[in-house]
Design a protein around this ligand. Structure first.
Ligand code: NAD
Ligand code: LMR
Length: 328
């Protein structure tokens, strides 16, 4: 059988998330045992020596499928011919900060990188991880000639956090939790939707009798989990963030199992009344052939609608901020 090849760019590759991403991308776990992997690593110039150290370690892993590693501080080189762009490189927030506080510091990174993404394969997929992820993805999309539907921002970490909380509360394995939607922004306004989620094929509200918990503590726990981790670790999530980014890649590469969906922030097409073009987390299904659709006709209660309105309002504000700073 002819072997396949995939070329993946990772920005901020010398950082914490980069360190957790690289070995898993090269091992064959993500694209399969028949797919050769090229890694194109982008860093700012002062971080190149540290990145060389990471590359030495990658070489010392002797991954059979890893055919080439490119190290560069030039986004045009990093994105040349890639199939996937994982845009991680950006400052993380510290204790007491909101992700939105990073907007004017990190936003400018995504103007030049958006333009450099014109060098990617026209079917490439781009995942923005660097915070504030939704609005950074909006900036990159606006500066690139790639089709809008090639861009997404990471809310899979929030989905995984929500599934883990629901599974623990119900006393079931995490695999029993499906149909988990994160609506909106990867921020403290996001709405993790237990009303449409399932446990072992049953509505969550039928399985978990503590409805007060589902409508309050569960939601705030997921919304504030990033801050809780920063408080405990002194730095932001990296292992779980890398894991979620790779789950996102695998979900877009595969056909979504019938009846299920996953969450990703993608450009709104007006579904559920969300302003068109906003980078908004929706329930999505992948065809497994490079395309996806937003799941339609989910039941949105008054409670949910209020939360969805709040997260949409925050994203509109972020958009106005970056537009005002000339970043769109
Ligand atoms: P880190 O500080 O360890 O690493 C970031 C790396 O990016 C550094 O090596 C830095 O040199 C590099 N970098 C900065 N500007 C760059 C540029 N213009 N081009 C290329 N590289 C550049 O941070 P980290 O822990 O790896 O986190 C990275 C980002 O991901 C942060 O913004 C963080 O908040 C975000 N994050 C998002 C999620 C999510 O779910 N969306 C989860 C965790 C972290
Ligand atoms: C997370 O959710 O863990 C990341 O976005 C990091 C952060 O700032 O919370």
């Amino acid at each position: 059988m002819a072997r396949k090849k995939v070329s993946v760019a990772i920005t901020g590759a010398a950082g914490n998330i980069g360190y957790a991403l690289l070995p898993r991308l090269a091992s064959g776990e993500i694209f399969g045992p028949d797919t050769e992997v090229e890694l194109r690593l982008l860093e700012i110039t002062p971080a190149l020596p540290a990145l060389e150290g990471t590359v030495m370690e990658m070489n010392d892993c002797a991954f059979p499928l890893l055919t080439n590693i490119v190290v560069t501080d030039d986004a045009n080189v990093a994105f040349d011919g890639i199939n996937w762009g994982l845009l991680v490189g950006a400052k993380p927030r510290g204790k007491g900060m909101l992700r939105g506080d990073l907007i004017l510091g990190n936003g400018p990174i995504f103007t030049g990188q958006g333009a450099a993404l014109n060098r990617a394969d026209s079917d490439a997929r781009v995942l923005v991880v660097g915070n504030p992820a939704n609005t950074n993805a909006l900036i990159a999309m606006n500066h690139s000639d790639l089709a809008n539907d090639r861009f997404a921002a990471l809310t899979r970490l929030d989905e995984n956090r929500a599934k883990s909380q629901l599974a623990a509360k119900a006393g079931v394995p995490v695999t029993a939790v499906t149909n988990m939607t994160i609506w909106g922004n990867h921020s403290a306004t996001q709405y993790p939707d237990a009303e449409n989620a399932m446990i072992n094929g049953q509505p969550v509200f039928d399985v978990i009798s503590d409805h007060d918990w589902l409508r309050s503590e569960f939601i705030t726990k997921v919304q504030k989990r990033g801050a809780e981790i920063i408080q405990a670790r002194g730095k932001s999530s990296a292992m779980s963030a890398a894991n979620a980014a790779l789950d996102h890649v695998m979900s877009f590469e595969a056909r979504t199992p019938t009846g299920d969906w996953f969450s990703a922030a993608v450009p709104s097409d007006g579904s559920y009344g969300i302003e068109e073009g906003l980078m908004f987390s929706f329930p999505v299904r992948s065809t497994g052939r490079g395309n996806y659709s937003i799941v339609q006709d989910l039941n949105i209660s008054d409670f949910a609608q209020e939360k969805i309105n709040a997260t949409e309002a925050e994203l509109k504000e972020e958009k106005a901020t970056v537009a005002g700073a000339g970043l769109l």
